[in-house]
Structures are given as C-alpha cells and as structure tokens.
Ligand binder design. Structure first.
Ligand SMILES: [Fe+2]
Length: 206
C-alpha cells in the first residue's frame, strides 16, 4: 500500500512538471485545450517566450493591443463562395472583425520595409493528441507567391488581394491528408514583421 502511494505521488509529480509552462511560457498544444484562450496563450508566448519581436511588445501591451495587434494576427476561416478554394486547401485570413479584431494588412517589399509584411509560412496540423502530420505552406512574395512555393493567394472580395491595404488577402494553405470537414486544426503562422501566432480553427463542413 505504501509503495502504491509513493508510486502515485511520483507519477503526479512527473505529470505536473511535464505539463507546467516553462517560466510562464506555455508549450505548443497538439490538441485544442478545453480552456483554450488564444489571446492569453499568444500573449504569454509572444512577450515572455520570444515569439513576438521586442519591437512589437509596446503595441501588444498597449491599451487596446490585444484586439488591435494580437487579435489582428490570429487566423480564421473566411466564408467564400463555393469553388474558389482548390481541393486540399484551406482559406485563412488574419484578424477576424467578427471578434472585434483589426484585420491584418499586408504589404510588398519596399524601401521603407525591405522584408515586406505578410505571413511567410503557415503550418496546419489536425488537433489531436495522436501523432499527426503537419503541413507547411510557404509564401515567398506578396501578393503573388512564386511558382517555387506551395502557397497561393486570392482576393476575399473582387480580384485584387492587395485592395484595402492588403486586408483583402486570403491565404490558401495546404491541408494534411488526415483532415476532414468538421475537424479542428491547429494553425501556426509567421508574420514577417510581427512574429509567430497560433490558434485553432474548424474546417467548414461545406
Ligand atoms: Fe503583421
């Protein structure tokens, strides 16, 4: 009996240590936690874990920074008319106005911004604790990626993704083969100017 108590104590301690955030920085979850809070997660990981560059911390921590800067970088699936998204791809935009977030602008390379301003990679993985393949989609230019990468960009409305300061941009990202309509996936992207952000979205049924 005593041995069993010691065993349970050790198992509990190992689990607690393994799941605890390191120095307050949360680890990357493979499955969407029941108490998932995208703003809180990305704030902690961005400010204390180095995922967001220091040059952007002032904006993130400002009065409305969570909506105007952090929420602006969180992915969502826009509603698009049928047939606009090729099979095997998922449309992604950043900064969902329906949640009160500022839509994310995009910009080409320029003299004042040599890197440009867009998401250069977006990774998608099925939300599951099991082993699952993560697909990376790359974007080497904006608004038209070269044929050397697997990323595609379309316009949300009309024909021009660069309209409305680039807020009309829809990123088309490749889905892993094990993802089905109705599944939840983890979307992890990197904005050239503002760092890494991660959230979970649901694949539309239709
Ligand atoms: Fe950005």
């Amino acid at each position: 009996m005593k041995n069993k108590s010691i065993y349970l104590w050790i198992v509990t301690a190992v689990l607690l240590i393994g799941c605890s955030p390191k120095n307050g920085v949360p680890g990357i979850p493979d499955e969407k936690p029941a108490d998932w809070d995208a703003i809180q997660f990305n704030y902690q990981r961005g400010i204390y874990g180095g995922a967001i560059p220091k040059s952007y911390h002032k904006d993130i921590t400002s009065k409305d920074g969570e909506k105007n800067h952090l929420g602006k970088h969180l992915p969502y699936v826009p509603a698009l008319t049928r047939g606009r998204v090729p099979a095997g791809f998922l449309p992604i935009m950043f900064g969902n106005p329906a949640l009160g977030y500022t839509p994310h602008p995009n910009a080409p390379r320029s003299a004042s911004d040599p890197d440009g301003h867009w998401y250069t990679w977006i990774k998608v993985r099925k939300s599951t604790p099991a082993v699952a393949k993560e697909m990376t989609t790359n974007f080497d230019d904006w608004p038209t990626p070269s044929g050397k990468v697997n990323g595609k960009i379309i316009a949300y409305q009309g024909e021009d993704p660069s309209a409305d300061k680039g807020k009309n941009t829809v990123y088309l990202v490749q889905l892993p083969e094990d993802v089905r309509p109705g599944d939840t996936v983890r979307v992890w992207g990197y904005c050239l100017n503002h760092g890494e952000y991660l959230d979970f979205v649901r694949i539309p049924e239709k």
